[in-house]
Design a binder for this molecule. Structure first.
Ligand code: HGY
Ligand code: MN
Ligand code: MN
Length: 438
């Protein structure tokens, strides 16, 4: 199909029902029964890759798992009735890994919507195979580790595809002390081949990702879809506060060096400094006291910091201010502190051309606000942050009722998924038309 103008809304509704059913099926692939948790290089990762590969083949795609554990499906560009395997491709996708106690749709819905776009736009080659009648090929990618749940460093799968792999990462360890290198080997991957995952810019025409907003703006506006303007930069730290463990009863307050209270003041300082800035978001998601007994003043405390900003410079300036504030807090309390940066990703602008095709795609749906869709700065991180290093990226946001995400109540409606599939498919056709017009 090379135009969707005459397509019946039922076509998109059926596609959306398939996406929703598959989100439920994937939700059942979890390491923690009763919740959703799938981490990098786990048996759950292998199982969802097999499922995704099966669904990719069902659409007629050639499939492969790359050397970083990303699952890919490809429809070649069709030229004179024959596949052209050397033509550059448009990547469409998102990630299949999750945070702990996750929702069903973060990442997942973007991969499955990409598959439905491939189904809508594929062209039969007459011998049972399929391609696409576009000026480029189409690849659906299921990235293997966007969240960084297991090893702390996010975007590992897409970093490999972007050629951004850092060999220092091999020594990262998970909660059980398993190194990333060891996990690769146990998953059946060869760390020595990681460079083979990298795609060259000339092999790609761009990357499109559909994702739930993970915020309340579309819900508040009463609209289903939005264009993404840029993706927040991120820095993640593990911070250790050192004081002195003492008897909880016999130690007078003026003798205490309570590490947990220092960390608690620091967490409140994170909120205060970030709220004072525009589009800076700081979160302390983990906090632990040691030795962790009810009758011991905590001698040590560990906490995480997830710091994001619309621009790298303002984010870094807030980190500098916060560091000075932590010096003051810990100084007052006779404590020491140190930090270790575990993740960093620069802010990424979505390419104007891809913002335009996404806008055209939304306009084609005719839904509320479609003629002048919202343009949203993504406070959530995405694989597009890595892929932006090698090609243009664009993102389509879907309404996420109440904005709740990274939570079992995360939701998206089948009706909005149907609108999103149409918008995404039309965005691809618009990009094809733009390429032909060059
Ligand atoms: O943390 C994030 O923003 C993304 O969901 N990984
Ligand atoms: Mn997420
Ligand atoms: Mn995500």
């Amino acid at each position: 199909m090379t135009t969707l103008a005459q397509a019946s809304p039922d076509l998109f509704a059926a596609a959306a029902r398939r996406v929703m059913a598959r989100c439920e099926e994937l939700a059942r692939v979890t390491a923690v029964p009763g919740t959703i948790e799938r981490v990098y290089l786990s048996t759950e990762h292998a199982r969802v890759n097999r499922l995704a590969a099966e669904w990719m083949r069902e659409v007629g795609m050639r499939t492969r798992q790359d050397v970083a554990g990303n699952q890919l499906g490809r429809l070649d560009r069709v030229v004179a009735g024959a596949p052209d395997p050397d033509a550059p491709v448009l990547l469409i996708g998102s990630h299949l890994d999750t945070v702990p106690d996750a929702g069903r749709f973060d990442g997942i819905v973007g991969v499955l919507m990409g598959l439905e776009v491939a189904r809508l736009l594929r062209t039969p080659l007459g011998d049972g195979r399929f391609g696409v009648s576009l000026p480029f090929g189409l690849e659906v990618v299921a990235f293997s580790d966007e969240e960084g749940t297991r090893f702390g460093k996010a975007l590992l799968g897409s970093s490999a595809v972007a050629g951004l792999w850092n060999d220092d990462w091999w020594a990262l360890t998970d909660a059980d002390g398993t190194s990333l290198r060891q996990a690769f080997l146990e998953f059946g991957l060869d760390p020595g081949r990681i460079g083979e995952a990298a795609r060259r810019p000339e092999q790609l025409v761009g990357y499109l990702e559909a994702h739930i907003e993970q915020g309340p703006e579309l819900d508040r506006r009463g609209e289903a879809l939005a264009v993404v303007s840029s993706i927040a930069s991120a820095r993640r730290f593990q911070i250790v506060v050192e004081g002195e463990a003492r008897h909880a009863g016999g130690t007078p307050y003026d003798m205490r060096r309570d590490a947990l209270l220092g960390a608690s003041e620091a967490a409140l300082a994170v909120e205060r400094l970030c709220r004072a800035e525009h589009h800076i978001i700081g979160t302390v998601g983990q906090l632990e006291a040691f030795p962790g007994a009810v009758n011991i003043v905590p001698g040590e405390a560990h906490f995480s910091l997830d710091l994001r900003g619309e621009f790298d410079g303002t984010r870094d300036a807030v980190w500098d201010d916060l560091s000075r504030e932590l010096d003051a807090i810990m100084g007052r309390r006779g404590l020491r502190w140190r930090s270790r940066e575990v993740h960093s990703a620069a802010a990424v602008m979505c390419a104007p051309l891809l913002q335009d095709v996404v806008r055209e795609g939304i306009a084609s749906t005719g839904t509320i606000g479609a003629d002048d869709p919202a343009v949203i700065f993504s406070r959530a991180g995405h694989d597009a942050m890595s892929i932006g290093a090698i090609t243009d990226v664009g993102m389509l946001f879907l309404r996420n009722p109440d904005g709740v995400s990274h939570h079992p109540d995360e939701a998206v409606s089948a009706a909005d998924v149907a609108l999103g599939i149409r918008a995404l498919a039309e965005s691809v056709l618009q990009l094809g038309a733009d390429h032909r017009a060059r």
